[in-house]
Design a protein around this ligand. Structure first.
Ligand code: NDP
Ligand code: ZN
Length: 352
């Protein structure tokens, strides 16, 4: 089978591989559409998951099942499915402890294009098919379905980590596709005011659509000063971080009220330490919580998030700004995500 792979750090290309084999609890699928992620850019050009050779890329997409193992109960060849980016081992102790995304070790629930070949291939392997796949609702098209692999679950996880409550004033730092879904999730959870940090006009326009009220540019001075100005010096109840770097935590802590929570879903690619401002962290006693997390995967979550899209309560269609048709466009779509032109949010390639 052919697949589009990371050949080594900084280099990509088409390769031929053996079709993966199906274990008793597994499924083999063929992608119907795939989306490119900022994480793919981190993986290839920054070596984010380490050096990998001839590893097929891709962790976002929807698919058709072509084969299932003898123990798989709820899926059969021909079924169309949502595929989560994170596919934990549901029998693991970590999953039993409530942190399935770390099954097998820290971040090890992220298997596609990390520990094994990903979706940008004629066929790909899904472990624990009953626990990880979800049936694709009939009224969700294949392009929108790709947003359910990672963008919706990650953006919404930021909202869960920050524990957004009715009436909260929320700061969302970063309004790429992940942060946009955090805006949407915070709005659904009843935030009374959403301040969003980002500059690309297309992202600002879509953030307004999802419920952002006011905007801050990190290029116009410090985020915290702008937030404090906009909140009469009080700060916000919750912060979701979906962009920036190790220094962004400094701003997040300073922009937060005592008792507030910071939910980080951003990948921190450089720097050894994250610094917490001592005074604004209440000299150690400010009850300002900081949590960072990889998105949870799993079938139940996919079904629930899929139901939000299928019911029309969450419209993900504004995210896929660039839609291509055909395998040949995968390299171009990845390059586009690397270049991040101003009008881009997410590139998707339809393969069916
Ligand atoms: P994008 O690059 O599309 O968006 C990043 C956003 O952050 C943009 O709005 C950008 O603003 C803003 N930004 C850039 N620099 C700063 C800064 N210094 N301070 C504040 N804001 C800044 O990324 P994605 O939305 O695709 O992904 C966001 C992050 O989430 C990535 O790091 C990705 O790897 C990670 N991720 C995490 C997952 C998880 O499970 N935890 C899963 C998937 C992705 P501008 O408008 O100016 O570009
Ligand atoms: Zn992704």
């Amino acid at each position: 089978m052919k697949g589009f792979a990371m050949l080594k750090i900084g280099e990509v290309g088409w390769i031929e591989k053996e079709r993966p084999t199906c274990g008793p609890m597994d499924a083999i699928c063929r992608p119907l559409a795939i989306a490119i992620c900022t994480s793919d850019v981190h993986t290839v050009w920054e070596g984010a998951v380490g050096d990998r050779h001839n590893m097929i890329l891709g962790h976002e997409g929807c698919a058709e099942v072509v084969e299932v193992g003898e123990c798989v109960k709820d899926f059969k060849p021909g079924d169309k499915v949502l595929v989560p980016a994170i596919t934990p081992d549901w029998n693991s102790l970590e999953a039993q402890g409530g942190y399935s995304m770390h099954s097998g070790g820290m971040l090890a629930g992220w298997k596609f294009s990390n520990f094994k070949d990903g979706l940008d291939s004629e066929f790909f392997h899904v472990n624990d098919a009953d626990g990880n796949l979800a049936h694709l609702p009939e009224n969700i098209n294949t392009v929108d379905a790709c947003m359910l692999s990672d963008m919706v679950p990650t953006g919404f996880h930021g909202v869960e980590l920050a524990d957004v409550q009715f009436g909260d004033e929320v700061l969302v730092i970063g309004i790429g596709p992940v942060g946009l879904m955090s805006v949407a999730g915070a709005h659904m959870r009843g935030a009374s005011r959403i301040l969003a940090v980002g500059t690309r006009p297309k992202c600002v326009e879509v953030a307004k659509f999802y419920g952002a009220d006011e905007f801050i540019s990190y290029k116009n001075g410090s985020i915290e000063e702008q937030v404090l100005d906009m909140t009469g010096g009080k700060g916000v109840d919750k912060v979701i971080i979906a962009g920036g770097d190790v220094d962004t935590f400094d701003s997040a802590v300073k922009a937060l009220k005592p008792g507030g929570k910071i939910g980080n879903v951003n990948y921190l690619g450089s720097g050894d330490m994250i610094s917490i401002p001592r005074v604004e962290w209440g000299v150690g006693m400010g009850h300002k919580q900081i949590v960072g997390g990889l998105m949870p995967g799993g079938r139940l979550r996919m079904e629930k998030l899929g139901a939000l899209v299928a019911s029309g309560k969450l419209d993900v269609s504004p995210l896929a700004t660039h839609v291509f048709e055909g395998w040949d466009y995968i390299p171009e779509a990845l390059q586009l995500m690397k270049d991040k032109p101003a009008e881009l949010i997410k590139p998707v390639v339809k393969l069916d």
